[in-house]
Design a protein around this ligand. Structure first.
Ligand code: XMP
Length: 319
């Protein structure tokens, strides 16, 4: 009879078989898939695995430190924290077009990953957290009509270019199985249950031109919003929730003064696979309380709106 414990042992044996005594590198994103893949491969081949965590300066509050600390200190993985915030934010300066932003981030991500990977002597394998639905999707969509709404960035094409072979230990699993495996491997529950986070990060939650100031404000507002959602016990009912900072300032009053600060939009959706989504029906009390907290606690925001668009016709992210 089939258990996740048995699957884990079998998967570990297969990875050892495939990799032998060679070195493996992995781009750790902080997402569930790459995290579980890394934890599993680490169990199989230990320090033959090195992870590279690319910090593009577009992560949430404290996210980079938390992810790196968890893998390094708690799980004992070798993790390179690639601090490349200046590079990414510098190249994105003055760029407002969504697709251009994505392309810049995707290109830099590959350059940076390659730069760090080159320092790992004799790496022969690249680990990826590809799931079964990813495998199916790339087959059933090929050749059919396709409309590209947003170019998703990943490390596609990278293995060939770098002469690396792939290790994809999650290729037979669905998302819920990956979560179960992650728990089995000792990843904390709050980490396993995290909402998906896009590769381009906060760049696509800051419509138009990105500035450090806007990113700082956005990080703080997002942290308050997620705290509210957790406090109200709603986190696990929601597929994804985040704040977008709008490229517009509005007039407000605070005490006996006039303010002229950014407006933001709260987003929360339910979904099965991210392809379609419904906005989450928060109570007015929740929304009012959250707006008050954000405006009181986050300097730079004086207006909060709630996005009630479903997908389609909207998309989940704002860009
Ligand atoms: P949209 O906004 O297209 O998002 O409705 C659907 C899901 O995909 C995520 N998303 C991305 N993920 N790179 C990613 O890795 C991207 O460029 C990207 N754009 C959107 C989004 O967060 C949602 O889960």
């Amino acid at each position: 009879d089939w258990t996740m414990g048995a699957y884990r042992e079998e998967a570990v044996a297969r990875i050892r078989d495939q990799v032998g005594d060679k070195k493996v590198i992995c781009a750790l994103s902080g997402g569930v898939d790459s995290s579980v893949a890394a934890a599993l491969i680490h169990e199989a081949v230990g320090d033959q695995l090195t992870c590279v965590f690319v910090d593009h300066g577009l992560l949430r509050l404290n996210e980079a430190d938390e992810v790196v600390a968890m893998f390094r200190d708690h799980m004992n993985l070798q993790v390179i924290h690639a601090q490349e915030q200046e590079l990414f934010l510098g190249q994105l300066e003055g760029v407002g077009d969504p697709e251009t932003k994505r392309k810049i981030i995707g290109r830099l991500f590959i350059e940076v990953f390659q730069k760090y990977a080159d320092r790992i002597d004799g790496a022969e394998y690249l680990a990826q957290g590809t799931l079964y639905p990813d495998v199916i999707e790339s087959v059933s969509f090929s050749g059919g009509p396709s409309v590209t709404i947003k170019s998703h960035h990943n490390v596609g094409g990278l293995p060939e270019k770098m002469g690396l072979k792939l290790v994809e230990p999650l290729r037979e699993l669905f998302k819920d199985e990956v979560r179960a495996l992650g728990r089995e491997l000792g990843l904390p529950d709050h980490f396993i249950g995290r909402h998906p986070f896009p590769g381009p990060g906060l760049a696509i939650r800051c419509p138009g031109e990105i500035t450090r100031e806007k990113l700082d404000i956005l990080r703080k507002a997002d942290a308050v919003y997620i705290d509210q959602i957790r406090k109200h016990g709603l986190y696990d009912e929601i597929w994804q929730a985040f704040v977008a900072i709008l490229p517009v300032r509005t007039v407000g009053v605070m005490g006996d003064g006039r303010t002229y600060d950014y407006a933001c939009a709260l987003r929360a959706v339910t979904s099965v696979d991210g392809m379609t989504a419904d906005y989450y029906p928060f109570s007015h009390e929740f929304l009012g309380e959250t707006a008050t907290r954000i405006i009181n606690e986050v300097k730079g925001i004086n207006r909060v709106t709630y996005d009630v668009t479903s997908k389609p016709p909207g998309t989940i992210e704002w860009e």
